[in-house]
Design a protein around this ligand. Structure first.
Ligand code: PEP
Ligand code: MN
Length: 371
């Protein structure tokens, strides 16, 4: 059960003390307070954990400071969608809105290789009016002898270049809690020219200690990728780990499933799950067409498979696209064969716009048919 308190409720107030005193005496029930400090107001929610079945909704709703009560199912208590649940499905970060109703493109380098290519990427994004990018500094590689990413050394100039070209959010994978500290220090050192969305990759979806660590910090939002060989339910539970530790700014990423059934694509594209994740949870949903398809193969109609699957995700309501680009794919140190080139960026964005427009028309058609 979740108690949503009146906006601005002060945890030091007499009202709040009376509420907590009441909750403490309930048998077999623990409670946990979650606070969200927004620009305008402080939002407080109290989670009741345990034997809540016998509690009366009306009685709890009449307690001091309580505005609304939501009875939650066992699964995904915080990030899930529950009956009569009108809690928001969006969050803001560094001036960018991430919601189940928005669409942000994160085109960029799978792995940062040098300053020149990073700058060319950022400049192309600015020319197209983009505010977000992806930049890999820490790369989890299958082979220990493969390039592992430039690591913390590249962070200061990556962030400075992002700031120079007006980029507000950089999606960057972390594979260890130290990486979060290195990112925090580099942002501090460079005067916060941009923001970072921490990415947890498919190999770490169930790295529970990393999830807890990233969940405990609230400075950075998180993109959690679906595990490539586990069920959707298991991956959604992994997202709930982040939220249960306190960070609810979570985007859920689909990146294809590892199975040879998807051949010749690198992974079996799973973007049919975009609306499923939106129905089960309140998270915005990201698609990664690059790691799903894994190549620049082109269909007879002239469109790259990467563009086809992007459109499939967008027309199904995707809220974020994480996509590999590179100014010189032939010299990319990771995943060059799946990178789109900078001269393809305007084409890609226009193709996305068409698919988004079709999605919006589909929503209008659906709502006109609702009784
Ligand atoms: C990536 O986005 O660079 C990446 C490694 O993706 P995934 O975790 O989905 O394999
Ligand atoms: Mn990659």
């Amino acid at each position: 059960m979740i108690l949503i308190l009146a906006p601005g409720t002060d945890p030091d107030s007499e009202e709040f003390r009376r509420l907590e005193n009441y909750l403490r005496q309930l048998p077999n029930i623990r409670h946990r307070v979650h606070q969200e400090v927004g620009e305008q107001q402080k939002l407080t929610e109290v989670y009741l954990i345990g034997d809540t079945g016998s509690l009366s909704l009306d009685e709890i709703a009449s307690l001091p400071a309580v505005e609304r009560v939501v009875r939650v199912s066992e699964e995904y208590r915080i990030l899930g969608r529950h009956r009569d649940d009108r809690r928001p499905t969006h969050f803001e970060y560094n001036g960018v809105r991430f919601g189940q109703d928005t669409l942000n493109v994160f085109a960029g380098l799978c792995a940062v290789n040098n300053r020149e290519d990073t700058e060319a990427m950022m400049k192309a994004l600015q020319q197209q009016g983009q505010l977000c990018t992806r930049m890999g500094a820490y790369k989890p590689r299958t082979n220990p002898y493969s390039f592992q990413g430039l690591g913390k050394d590249c962070l200061p100039w990556v962030f400075e270049l992002a700031g120079k070209y007006g980029i507000r959010v950089v999606a960057m994978e972390v594979t260890h809690e130290n990486h979060v500290e290195e990112i925090r220090e580099a942002l501090e050192h460079t005067g916060h020219p941009t923001g970072v969305m921490l990415q947890i990759g498919t190999r770490n979806t169930q790295n529970f200690e990393l999830l807890k660590y990233v969940g405990r910090q609230r400075e950075f939002p998180v993109l959690l990728k679906r595990g490539f060989g586990i069920t959707l339910e298991e991956s959604l539970n992994a997202a709930e780990y982040l939220a249960s530790e306190g960070n609810r700014k979570v985007v859920f990423g689909l990146r294809g499933m590892k199975t040879n059934m998807g051949d010749p694509h690198r992974n079996l594209v799973d973007f049919a799950h975009v609306p499923v994740v939106k129905r089960l949870t309140r998270m915005p949903v990201c698609i990664d067409p690059s790691h799903s398809v894994g190549s620049r193969e082109r269909a007879p109609d002239g469109l790259l498979d990467i563009m086809h699957v992007t459109a499939q995700g967008v027309i199904a309501g995707a809220n974020m696209i994480l996509v590999d680009f590179h100014p010189h794919p032939e010299r990319a140190l990771v995943d060059g064969p799946q990178a789109l080139t900078l001269d393809e960026l305007p084409w890609f964005l226009e193709d996305v716009r068409l698919a988004r427009e079709a999605y919006e028309q589909r929503c209008r058609l659906a709502s006109s048919r609702q009784p």
